[in-house]
Design a protein around this ligand. Structure first.
Ligand code: PLP
Length: 225
């Protein structure tokens, strides 16, 4: 499988190079986050072997199972990119180096109580879809105040997940809006863009693209046989 992964990584890197050339941005500005949810710990080991160092996981419990197999990887950083409930905050703070999905003052305080230092991002909900987690743009100023009172948390930026569409242009207004929200607050990092739309996200200022399918292939739901 590592050979397939190597080929896919090459394709992702080619796509990245093209958009960097077109936008005049530098490779060091962009974190390629390998999203390994649903895939086994071996996928993380394979990706690490190919030079990837930043990994995204969606569920605390799922990553808990993989953690013993990957905790020795020096220089690897694990980002939680799925919704986090306050009652799992302490465990999440132990397992992850970055929590990208902080969306309430309560959650921020729980993470802060777990000790630190811990890098966090605020997840912003920009679409009206009910299912999407994240803080509303109007809640952002109060949430920023709450986070700044948390001495153990280091806020690096904002994260968002637009409504799914196979047309990457459909996501552009959301990416643009996230960048516009971050700017007045001096937030440098923007986690936006996935397998099918990361070029658009980078054009709009993304500093962290979260790529699963383009590296590891289609995810088969755990409920499937
Ligand atoms: C699964 C997931 C991704 C990766 O999506 P792909 O389309 O497979 O690249 C990115 N971000 C979040 C929040 C995810 O849950």
């Amino acid at each position: 499988m590592e050979r397939v992964l190597a080929e896919r990584l090459e394709i992702v890197n080619d796509r990245l190079e093209k958009v960097l050339a077109r936008t005049g941005r530098r490779r060091e500005e962009i974190t390629l986050l390998a999203v390994t949810k649903v895939f086994p710990a071996q996928s993380i080991l394979d990706a690490y072997h190919l030079g990837l160092r930043e990994f995204g996981e969606n569920y605390v419990q799922e990553f808990e199972g993989k953690h013993p197999a990957v905790s020795h990887l020096s220089g690897a950083r694990f980002h939680l990119i799925g919704h986090l409930q306050s009652n799992k905050a302490r465990r999440a703070a132990e397992l992850f180096q970055v929590i990208q999905t902080v969306d309430s003052g309560k959650l921020a305080r729980r993470l802060n109580e777990a000790g630190g230092p811990l890098d966090i991002m605020i997840e912003v909900k920009l679409s009206a879809e009910d299912a999407k987690a994240g803080a509303a743009p109007a809640e952002l100023p109060a949430l920023l105040d709450a986070v700044r009172e948390c001495a153990n948390l280091r806020l690096t930026g904002l994260m968002t997940m637009p409504p799914w569409s196979d047309d990457s242009e459909a996501a552009r207004p959301y990416f643009r809006q996230l960048a516009a929200l971050a700017k007045p607050h001096g937030l440098q990092q923007l986690s936006m863009g996935m397998s099918h739309d990361f070029e658009t996200a980078i054009e709009e200022g993304s500093t962290c693209i979260r790529v699963g399918t383009a590296l590891f292939g289609r995810r088969v739901k755990k409920t499937d046989p």
